[in-house]
Design a protein around this ligand. Structure first.
Ligand SMILES: Cc1cc2nc3c(=O)[nH]c(=O)nc-3n(C[C@H](O)[C@H](O)[C@H](O)COP(=O)(O)OP(=O)(O)OC[C@H]3O[C@@H](n4cnc5c(N)ncnc54)[C@H](O)[C@@H]3O)c2cc1C
Length: 508
């Protein structure tokens, strides 16, 4: 089925009157991911899926990094990895290096790795070592020494095992977001998603407060049973029409803008995102096969757009005056309800935490999957709406806390921005409790399990961040002792990592 225009929508709906209609509004990455999953799970259950997008309103057009969870999205849909990667200029991602976030000696850089099958054992030892370090033992407490993917990055190897039954690692991707959207769009249309092009100009509500229909610029009225709001930061249906309140994270996260520019692809790439601290935020460096993605995420309370652009260009030695530079405003926070009445918000319309750790598409995927599950379990009614909203908010809050931790633990003194991140950021009670446990040398793993947050970021990720930033008490040289057992364990780990690394190919 090819793209259809609104005049054909009614004809199509008349032919499918017995079916329930789901209308997705917005054709960014979120819209097409939603269309793909809804088509996959619900088209056989008597649902017809249509997507309306505007020819006049651009997508946000950024979002080049992912978490490993997106691999399941492609697997669920039966999309071949090699095929989509080659069409979307994609590269593998083993994790993220954080540069210059900390000024503590020995901790000015660390790598946040995705896990591997041999990490649980090393993590156990690493965890004990961090506790010993709190007790003033002179032990190696930098996370880069303990995990397989850190070793792979050191050796410039890809996270793809040649002996997966022996050792394997989870990984994510970098990709051209525009090309991924196009790829998913073509595929979804081929599989039967109805594609409409028009602009929404108004939303009609029924007496019950549900969305009855939307009005388009070409004068059509489009009705559906469920509306999926994928209109990006505009949040046209759920926030503007249904007046669902939005909770800003401005007190927790100061960044509200970004400037992006592409530079040439590197001759050889390291499969990682690099996040480097800047004067009033941080910049990403993402390797794609066709280009290097660069972006500076900053707080407009501390620098203006022009200063940010200059600083970014200088940092990446960009002298070409003709390159395309994009400035983007970010609305950081979340809706109070992501599913309200007969409308579900997916993507930037439901909220955004900020690009650090590249979690937005992860949230998109989980939100759609959980909606489908709860909708089915509730016999295609809104019976489980409250449960769903609670779950999505829980996810937003906990992912936000982990992101906040990066800013809170910085030790930079070179700008008012970094000092404010340390002193003025508002912490949730949960994050405060976790910090207290860590700083007192307590069992953070236990605390995170008590808080039930390890499904978002594993406790290994929390330990890696806190240790990687060097959040330990100062060593008291006169009383510090070595710990021979810990040193022996580290030697064994180093030998093991080097030997296992041989099962992974070098990147180009
Ligand atoms: C600076 C920055 C960096 C990011 N980096 C990452 C990253 O590394 N990893 C990650 O996972 N995510 C990242 N994100 C988030 C990511 O870009 C988004 O989650 C993703 O692109 C999905 O966006 P969206 O589809 O919700 O919205 P959009 O791309 O904005 O799409 C909105 C759609 O709605 C349509 N629309 C709007 N108004 C109307 C109307 N009136 N009528 C009809 N259609 C309409 C538009 O035409 C468009 O098709 C980043 C975001 C920003 C701002």
């Amino acid at each position: 089925m090819s793209t259809i225009y609104c005049s054909q929508y009614y004809e199509y709906m008349n032919q499918n009157q017995y079916k329930k209609q789901i209308l997705i509004v917005g054709g960014g990455t979120a819209g097409w991911m939603a269309a793909s999953l809804l088509q996959h799970h619900l088209s056989s259950q008597g649902f017809n899926i249509a997507l309306l997008e505007s020819d006049n309103i651009a997508t946000v057009g950024v979002g080049e990094g992912s978490t490993p969870y997106i691999k399941q999205f492609f697997q669920t849909l039966g999309i071949d990895e090699k095929e989509w990667m080659s069409k979307c200029d994609a590269t593998f991602k083993s994790g993220i290096t954080f540069k210059d976030w900390s000024t503590r000696k020995g901790f000015t850089q660390y790598f946040h790795p995705f896990t591997s099958s041999i990490d649980p054992e090393s993590y156990d030892i690493f965890r004990q070592v961090t506790h010993l370090r709190h007790k003033n033992f002179r032990v190696e407490s930098h996370p880069d020494q303990y995990f397989l993917q850190s070793e792979l990055i050191r050796q410039r190897r890809l996270p793809i095992s040649t002996q997966p039954s022996h050792v394997n690692s989870i990984y994510a991707y970098h990709f051209n977001a525009g090309k991924l959207g196009e790829y998913l769009k073509k595929r979804a249309i081929k599989l039967g998603v109805q594609h409409l092009i028009d602009d929404v100009i108004d939303v009609n509500l029924s007496l019950s407060g549900d969305i009855a229909s939307i009005m388009t610029a070409s004068g059509r009225e489009l009705k559906a049973d469920i509306f999926i709001d994928c209109t990006g930061f505009k949040s046209l249906l759920i926030e503007k029409a249904l007046k669902v309140p939005f909770t800003s994270f401005k007190d927790n996260l100061f960044n509200d803008a970004a400037v992006t520019v592409a530079s040439e692809a590197k001759n050889s790439y390291s499969p990682q995102t690099i996040s480097t601290a800047m004067t009033a935020g941080w910049r990403w460096d993402i390797p794609l096969t066709s280009r290097t993605g660069n972006g500076y995420v900053y707080s407009s309370d501390f620098i203006n757009a022009e200063q940010a652009e200059q600083e970014l260009k200088q940092a990446i030695n960009l002298t070409n005056a003709n390159v395309e530079v994009r400035h983007i405003k970010m609305k950081v926070g979340r809706l109070d309800k992501h599913w309200h009445k007969n409308c579900v918000a997916i993507g930037l319309s439901q909220g955004f935490i900020e690009p650090l750790e590249a979690t937005a598409l992860h949230i998109v995927q989980l939100s759609i999957e959980q909606f489908i599950e709860q909708y089915k379990q509730g016999s295609f009614t809104n019976k489980h709406q409250d449960f769903y909203n609670h779950g999505v908010n829980h996810m937003f809050e906990h992912i936000r806390d982990y992101i906040v931790l990066h800013y809170l633990t910085n030790s930079r003194n070179d700008s008012a921005y970094w000092r404010a991140c340390r002193h003025d950021i508002k912490l949730s009670d949960r994050l405060q409790a976790a910090m207290e446990v860590w700083c007192s040398g307590g069992d953070l793993d236990q605390e995170l399990h008590r808080q039930q947050v390890t499904q978002y970021y594993s406790s290994m990720s929390w330990y890696v961040l806190l240790a990687g930033m060097g959040i330990f008490p100062n060593i008291n040289s006169s009383t510090a002792q070595v710990h021979e057992q810990a040193d022996r364990e580290l030697n064994n780990i180093r030998t093991r990592l080097k030997s296992y690394a041989n099962f992974f190919p070098f990147s180009r």
